[in-house]
Write a protein that binds this ligand. Sequence first.
Ligand code: GCU
Length: 586
Amino acid sequence: MPPRSAPLIQNVFARSAQSLAGDWRVIVDPYDNGYLDYRGQPLATDGYFADRKPASKSDRIEYDFDRSETLRVPGDWNSQRPELFLYEGTVWYRTRFDAGAAGGRRRFLRFGAANYEARVWLNGTFAGSHRGGFTPFDVEVTSLLRQGSNSLVVMVNDMRRREGVPTLNTDWWNYGGLTRDVLLVDVPETFVRDWALHLAPEDPRRITGWVQLDGPTRRQPVVVRLPGLGLAVRVQTDAEGFARVELEAPSIERWTPERPRLHDVELQCDTDRVVDRIGFRTIEVRGGEILLNGAPVFLRGISVHEQAPRREGRACGPADARTLLGWAQELGANFVRLSHYPHDEHTVRLADELGLLVWEEIPVYWTIAWDDPDTLENARTQLTELVTRDRNRASVVLWSVGNETPPTEARLRFMRELVRTARALDPTRLVSAALERQEVHPLLQRVDDPLGADLDVLGCNEYLGWYDGLPDRPDGVRWETCHAKPLVMTELGADALHGLHGNALTRWTEEYQATFYEHQLRMLEAIPFLRGMSPWILADFRSPRRALPGVQDGWNRKGLVSDRGEKKLAFRILQDHYRALAARWR
Ligand code: GCU
């Protein structure tokens, strides 16, 4: 059954919305018993989605949400109950909530993310579905809502699939569940559903973009205002509710990492008014340089997984974002690679405020089913949802279409399709991917992946001194590329258990990791076309692929910060390096 959800609503955080966070009743259903009959056929009426109670003492109902256990939403299920730590399958979530009278307005359920596949029922009626564990989806429920108590049932399944995005094998934990905010959003019958506003790449003294209305009264005048600057323009939408926006903004203060200026923006039509806070900046590549507001910039970065800081589970919400991005800033970073999937919207909005440049990525990771058209459709949808959600975030400068994908013809076709999709959705940002190196000989590494020809910026992952050799392995290594484009070294790193000490050649010690960084940073300094880096990784993260007892115990230990928030020796090494780099690139 193809996923079915409404086009995404821009900036739901500016809308009147009821949070459905809390303890939801759940049924763990490894056999999909609540959805399929014994022949494996979908149940028409009698599934758990009906949320039924026995009508009489003779009525046979074999489930009861009200007497079932609970799980907190938002949150993954793995970290909430020991028996669910390794669970992959279906969990049914049910919450009841009161909704006031609609009064002619429309109501949407916004799911910040549900890993991996979700089906939604309201008051027993199917309302929508979604696949992809890291992007938001909206389900319109205007006609299904009742005044008073409503039963919302969500079936979430996180089984990994060969044809999925991501596919079967990942070096991160497959946290399942309703992992981000669930909101009941209330909007007028015709509302401002989406907009894009940015500086015109060809003439940054102008703001250009568009606005899209949704509802019966699509032809309306819309006023776009920047009240703080006394700027405003009035446009008229067409029969589809669409209008282009242009306004002169010759002296607008730009967004930069040093001064992350955000401007209040207001979009008003006869039936609706919505606001946002947007930073305005330009980003481009010219002659091997990455130019931010026309000036060369070096991306002093760090890769980040959405691992909850100092506790088990998937990070979510503003507080976790502030901790993780706070550590990145402490490191002296002006850039974060949010890997390998779209992170919480709160994180990207916080990056806007804090002044961190952002690389965003969809989980086209390792070996995807390149020849499966439905897999391509799935990846394209996730990319579209990501770009739609974050297109007005000044901090976001790079869309990455994948990580460490093999150089085959089928993959090239697949990835080129994604590059085309990203450019069509958003011509104002750079497109990249994390590629792999080609070793000509031990002292000469090349970034010649043919996909590089389609990208604006080359990303490359390398582990010289960890998966290949010892800490001094990078010494004397030269790097070249046939693509004449700026390079961001998107991954480099070594595992170290916080508190484990020894000499520089003793694996898993902080000293090994620190020495690894010292040699790596010298090699990177010497790469003439290097314009950024995002070492792997800010903090230790859960991975089912890391089994070494007493050291890894299910954690990838390449973090510069431990799973308990403790800084390792290498943190200081990189911090010092970034301090020097910042001074040099000022
Ligand atoms: C890979 C991959 C990461 C992984 C890392 C590692 O390059 O992109 O997802 O965690 O290497 O091996 O630690």
